[in-house]
Design a protein around this ligand. Structure first.
Ligand code: HEM
Length: 226
């Protein structure tokens, strides 16, 4: 090998791990009011800064119920593992269903009526069930975005609602067993392992689904402020 070839090979930037690519696409789909790296113009109420939100208990309860349905659907999909790769995503420690069930029990004991799931959550759950059996690349995109969004923006929302409506009570939804940073990193590693054998086409298809994750999670989030 000539010295010129040796230089060009050593200077080629290492390809990003796939989860980093997923994250970059996702960050661009935030608005600047949601996150520093966001690039989208806000159109919907949930795309405005969380500090400007005027949440209501009724709206927040609808959001918790629909979120629980979506998390429950994802948790069943990985348990059932129609595609063997889903089984890698069991017991990540990011599961939210059990905590949400405790929170809803607490709200009930406090005298609040717990609503039935509404169309944003029902539509999302149905969509995920269909994807899980016919499009594993798209399903993995939703898995990543739904769990990771909750650990980032989701916690900002939790703090805001707790301050405004819950006398600062911290819900179980926002508590993880163990170090959250480590749980997230372990899950990134698993996702990188699952996607490592994918073709370029499959990776592109997964990245392209990110917009749909914002559309469908956005409808669930909107319940808090509508
Ligand atoms: C990360 C805010 C909605 C997916 C973040 C970050 C913030 C944020 C501040 C961290 C940025 C950083 O690391 O520099 C928000 C707010 C939202 C919102 C305020 C709505 C009110 C969403 C939605 C999705 C999403 C709807 C997709 C379903 C993600 C993902 C990350 C992220 C995947 C990366 C997490 C990581 O790397 O650990 N968000 N976000 N976010 N958000 Fe959102």
């Amino acid at each position: 090998m000539s010295s010129v070839e040796a230089v060009s090979v050593s200077e080629a930037p290492p390809r990003k791990k796939f989860v980093e690519e997923l994250r970059s696409v996702s960050m661009k789909l935030h608005t600047r009011e949601q996150a520093r790296d966001g690039q989208k113009q806000p159109k919907q109420p949930e795309e405005r800064s969380v500090s400007k939100w005027e949440p209501t208990i009724d709206g927040y309860l609808k959001f918790l119920v629909d979120s629980m349905l979506v998390f429950d659907t994802l948790e069943k999909i990985v348990q059932h593992a129609f595609y063997p790769s889903y089984a890698e995503l069991r017991d990540t420690g990011l599961e939210r269903c059990a905590g949400l069930a405790k929170d809803l029990k607490w709200f009930k004991e406090e005298g609040h009526a717990i609503p039935a799931p509404s169309s944003p959550g029902l539509n999302y759950a149905k969509y995920l069930k269909e994807l899980s059996e016919n499009d594993q690349q798209a399903l993995i995109c939703h898995f990543y975005n739904f769990y990771f969004a909750h650990s980032a923006g989701g916690r900002m929302i939790g703090r805001k609602v707790a301050e405004k409506l819950l006398n600062k009570k911290e819900l179980e939804f926002y508590k993880w067993d163990g170090d959250l940073k480590q749980l997230l990193q372990n899950t990134r590693d698993k996702l990188n392992k699952i996607t490592e054998g994918w073709t370029e086409e499959e990776k592109k298809h997964c990245l392209a689904e990110t917009e749909k994750t914002f559309e469908m999670s956005g409808e669930v989030l909107r319940l808090i402020v509508s």
